[in-house]
Design a protein around this ligand. Structure first.
Ligand code: COA
Ligand code: NAD
Length: 650
C-alpha cells in the first residue's frame, strides 16, 4: 500500500510512501482517489493532511511512465477530485515538491512546509510542461513574474521564498505533522485554487520582456515556448479550457524527440555513479577536506566543499598567497550570501570551518586532500611527496590536473592506491560535472570514496581513464581541431561560432578560446608537440595569434577584437587566416552552417567512439553526460553519442 490513511482526532492523515522519491505512479494515483473517498465518507473527519514518508514529498510524476501510454486514473482527474473534496486538504511538505508533486500540493486547499522544502515545476528540463494543472493553478497563487520563472525555466523556490510568494500558507519550524494537523483544524473549509482569480501580470511590458529573454535563451528548445503559451492561456481563458489545452500540450511534448532526449540525460546522470567494480565497497566517511593551492580552482573547490558542509583546510605557498586564497573563498561565499543561497548565520559558520596556512602539517586530520597547484608535473610531484608524509595513511589524495598522467603523480607516493584524479570544472562550486580519473594504481576503496564524496558535493561524477584530456577536454580538443581545419578550408571563426550557437551550444569554440586565453591552448599544443604524429594536419593560426600577443579577451584581441567589450570580427584576423590558407596552397571554399555543425558533431562522435573503445569512458551515456555538463551540449538533443546511436541528424 503506497497510500495509507490514519486518523488523529478529527484530522485524517494521508501518507504517501513510495520510495525512493514518492513519484506519482499509477498505484499512488489510485491510492489518492481511494483516500478522498474514505475521508469524505467518514463523518468524524473534518480535514485531511497529506504528507509523505522518506526523504521528500512527491518529487514528480513517475518519469518512467512517460514512455508508456497514459493509464487511468489520470493525474489531472485525481487532482480535481482532491480539489473538489468536501473536506479541506492540507499538503505538508518536506524536501522536494517538484512537478506533479507541486501540482498535487497546489490542488490541496492549503500548504505548509518545513525549511527543507524545495518547490518547483522542473518539467521544461525534461522537455515537457506541467500536465496536471501546474500552469493554471500556480498563477492563481503567485505573481506573474514568479509563475513565469518557475514554469518556463523550471527554477524552484525554497520555503521562505515560497511563503513570501504566496505558494505556501505557512512554514513549520518544528515538527511538520503536528503543525500541519494544527493548521488543518483552523480551516473548516478552504477555497480551491482554481476558484481563486489569476494574478494577472502587473506590468505587461516588463512581463513581455521577461518572456523575450526566456525565449532567446531557449533557442531551439520547444518546451519553454509551449510553457509560455500555456501560461498565457491561464491568464486569458476559462480555467477548465486552459487545463484541457495544457494537458494536450503536455501529452504531445511527452512523446516528442526532445523529451525523449532529455529523459535519456536525466537517467544517464543518475547512472554514472553506479559503478559495478565498487558496488559492494563502503566508502570512507569524508568530513575534513584539504586543498593545496588557492588559485581559481583551489578556491572554487574549497567553496564547493564548505557549501556541502565539510571542513576545509587550505595550503598555499606563502603568506600573501594564503591571503589571496582566503579572499577568493570569502568572495565566492559572499556572492552566495548576496544571491540568497545561504543566510548570514551559515556564511559565518562556513568561514569558521575554513582554515589556511603554509605548513602541510595542517592537513594531518584531512580525510581527503585535493591538489590544485600549477599544471606542471614537477610541481605536482613535489606536492604529492609532501602529502605522502603529512597526511593520515587512510586519507585519499586527489589531483585536479586537467591533462597530466595521474599515475605519474601517484608514483612519488609510498601508497599510490590512495591516489586518484578529481577533475573539477570552473567555476568549481557551480559546475555539476566531476571527472573521477582512475589510474591503474587506485584501489577500489579510493574509487568508492571519490564517488561518494562527489555525490556529497552534489556533483555528477563520471569515471574516466587516463589519457590526454580525459573525456571532456579530449573531445573538446578534437572538435576544436576540426574547427581549426575549417577556418583554413574556407570558414571564418565567427561563422563556425554562429553555427555552434545556432545548434544550441552556449558559446562557439573560438569565443571560448578567447575567453580561456589563447596562451592556455598554446601551452597545450607545445606540450603535445613531442608526441604529435608528424603526418597529422596542423593549423598554425592559433600559434600566430599567440606570437602577436593576441591572447584573447584579457588582451583585448584574439580570434575576435574586443574594443567595444563584445566579440567583433576582426579584418586583421581574416587577413591572417586567408594568408595561412594561401601559404598552404588551400583553395578556400565557403562552408555552409549545416556542414560546419555536421563536421563538429562528427568530430565529437568519432573521438567519443575512440574513447569508448579505449575504455576511457564506461559508456556512451557517460560521454553524453560529460558533454552536456562540461561544454553545454544542448540537453534537449541528448548528447553526441545519443544522436549517433539514434541516427538523429541536425
Ligand atoms: N520519476 C521516477 N523516478 C524518479 C523521479 C521521478 N520523477 N525523480 C527521481 N527518481 C528516481 C531517480 O531515477 C533515482 O532512481 P535510482 O535510485 O534508481 O537511480 C532515485 O529516484 C533517486 O533520485 P536522485 O535524483 O538520485 O536523488 P536525489 O536525492 O539526488 O534527488 C530529487 C532527489 C527529487 C531532488 C531529484 O530526484 C529530482 O530532481 N527528481 C526529478 C524531479 C522532476 O523533474 N520532477 C518532474 C517530473 S515531470
Ligand atoms: P591558478 O594559477 O589560478 O592557481 C594555482 C595556485 O596554486 C596558485 O594560487 C599558487 O600560488 C598555488 N601553488 C603553486 N604551487 C604551489 C605549491 N607548491 N604549494 C601550494 N600552492 C601552490 O591555477 P588554476 O587555474 O586554479 O589551476 C590549478 C589546477 O587545476 C591546474 O592543474 C589546472 O590544470 C587545473 N584545472 C584548471 C581549470 C581552470 O579552468 N582553470 C579547470 C580544471 C582543472
Amino acid at each position: 500500500m503506497c497510500v495509507s490513511v490514519s486518523t488523529h482526532g478529527n484530522t485524517a492523515v494521508v501518507t504517501i510512501d513510495y520510495p525512493p522519491v514518492n513519484a506519482i505512479g499509477l498505484e499512488v494515483r489510485k491510492g489518492l482517489i481511494d483516500a478522498v473517498e474514505r475521508t469524505e465518507s467518514d463523518p468524524s473527519i473534518n480535514a485531511v493532511v497529506l504528507i509523505c514518508a522518506g526523504k521528500s514529498f512527491v518529487a514528480g510524476a513517475d518519469v518512467r511512465e512517460f514512455d508508456k501510454p497514459p493509464v487511468e486514473p489520470h493525474l489531472p482527474d485525481v487532482l480535481l477530485r482532491i480539489e473538489n473534496s468536501t473536506k479541506p486538504w492540507i499538503a505538508a511538505i518536506h524536501g522536494a515538491a517538484l512537478g506533479g508533486g507541486l501540482e498535487l500540493a497546489m490542488a490541496c486547499h492549503q500548504r505548509i512546509a518545513n525549511q527543507s522544502a524545495k518547490l518547483g515545476l522542473p518539467e521544461v528540463t525534461l522537455g515537457v510542461i506541467p500536465g496536471a494543472g501546474g500552469t493554471v493553478r500556480l498563477p492563481r497563487l503567485v505573481d506573474a513574474a514568479t509563475a513565469l520563472n518557475m514554469i518556463a525555466t523550471g527554477k524552484p523556490l525554497n520555503a521562505q521564498r515560497a511563503l513570501e510568494a504566496g505558494l505556501l500558507d505557512a512554514v513549520s519550524n518544528n515538527d511538520l505533522l503536528p503543525d500541519a494537523i494544527a493548521l488543518a483544524q483552523t480551516i473548516p473549509a478552504a477555497l480551491a485554487t482554481l476558484k481563486k482569480p489569476t494574478k494577472l501580470p502587473a506590468d505587461p511590458q516588463r512581463f513581455q520582456s521577461a518572456i523575450d529573454t526566456i525565449l532567446k535563451k531557449a533557442g531551439g528548445q520547444t518546451a519553454p515556448k509551449v510553457a509560455i503559451q500555456a501560461l498565457n492561456n491561464a491568464y486569458q481563458l476559462d480555467a477548465i479550457i486552459a487545463l484541457r489545452l495544457e494537458r494536450e500540450a503536455f501529452l504531445s511534448l511527452r512523446s516528442a524527440p526532445q523529451a525523449a532526449a532529455m529523459r535519456h540525460i536525466f537517467f544517464a546522470e543518475r547512472s554514472t555513479a553506479k559503478v559495478e567494480r565498487v558496488k559492494h565497497i563502503a566508502p570512507n566517511p569524508v568530513k575534513t577536506v584539504g586543498v593545496v593551492g588557492g588559485g581559481t580552482m583551489g578556491a572554487g573547490i574549497a567553496a564547493a566543499c564548505l557549501l556541502a558542509g565539510l571542513e576545509v583546510t587550505m595550503v598555499e605557498r606563502d603568506e600573501s598567497a594564503c591571503k589571496a586564497g582566503y579572499d577568493r573563498v570569502h568572495n565566492t561565499l559572499e556572492t552566495s550570501l548576496k544571491r540568497g543561497l545561504i543566510d548570514q548565520l551559515t556564511f559565518d559558520k562556513l568561514l569558521r570551518t575554513f582554515g589556511v596556512g603554509t605548513q602541510y602539517s595542517i592537513l594531518a586530520k584531512a580525510d581527503l586532500v585535493i591538489e590544485a597547484v600549477f599544471e606542471d608535473l614537477d610541481v605536482k610531484q613535489q606536492v604529492f611527496a609532501q602529502l605522502d608524509k603529512a597526511t593520515h595513511p587512510a586519507a585519499i589524495l586527489a589531483t585536479n590536473t586537467s591533462y597530466l598522467d595521474v599515475a605519474a603523480i601517484a608514483s612519488v607516493t609510498t601508497d599510490p592506491t590512495r591516489v586518484i584524479g578529481l577533475h573539477f570544472f570552473s567555476p568549481a562550486h557551480i559546475m555539476k560535472l566531476l571527472e573521477v580519473v582512475v589510474p591503474d594504481c587506485s584501489s577500489d576503496h579510493t574509487v568508492a570514496t571519490a564517488l561518494s564524496f562527489a555525490r556529497k558535493l552534489g556533483k555528477v561524477p563520471v569515471l574516466a581513464g587516463i589519457c590526454d584530456g580525459f573525456i571532456a577536454n579530449r573531445i573538446m580538443s578534437a572538435y576544436r581541431r576540426e574547427a581549426e581545419y575549417m577556418i583554413e578550408d574556407g570558414a571564418m571563426p565567427w561563422e563556425v561560432d554562429k553555427a555552434m550557437t545556432d545548434f544550441g551550444m552556449p558559446m562557439g569554440i573560438f569565443q571560448m578560446g578567447d575567453l580561456a586565453g589563447l596562451d592556455i591552448s598554446w601551452a597545450m599544443r607545445k606540450r603535445q608537440a613531442t608526441t604529435r604524429d608528424p603526418n597529422q594536419r596542423y593549423v598554425d593560426i592559433g600559434d600566430k595569434l599567440y606570437a602577436l600577443g593576441r591572447l584573447g579577451r584579457k588582451t583585448g584581441k584574439g580570434y575576435y577584437r574586443y574594443d567595444t567589450g563584445k566579440p567583433t570580427p576582426d579584418p586583421d584576423v581574416e587577413a591572417l587566416i586567408m594568408a595561412e590558407s594561401h601559404r598552404k596552397g588551400i583553395i578556400r571554399q565557403a562552408i555552409d552552417p549545416d556542414t560546419i555543425m555536421a563536421r563538429i558533431l562528427s568530430a565529437m562522435q568519432r573521438e567519443g567512439q575512440k574513447i569508448l573503445k579505449e575504455g576511457i569512458a564506461q559508456s556512451a551515456a557517460d560521454i553524453d553526460v560529460v558533454m552536456v555538463n562540461a561544454y553545454g551540449f544542448p540537453r534537449w538533443r541528448g548528447g553526441p553519442m545519443y544522436m549517433l546511436d539514434r541516427e538523429v541528424s541536425l
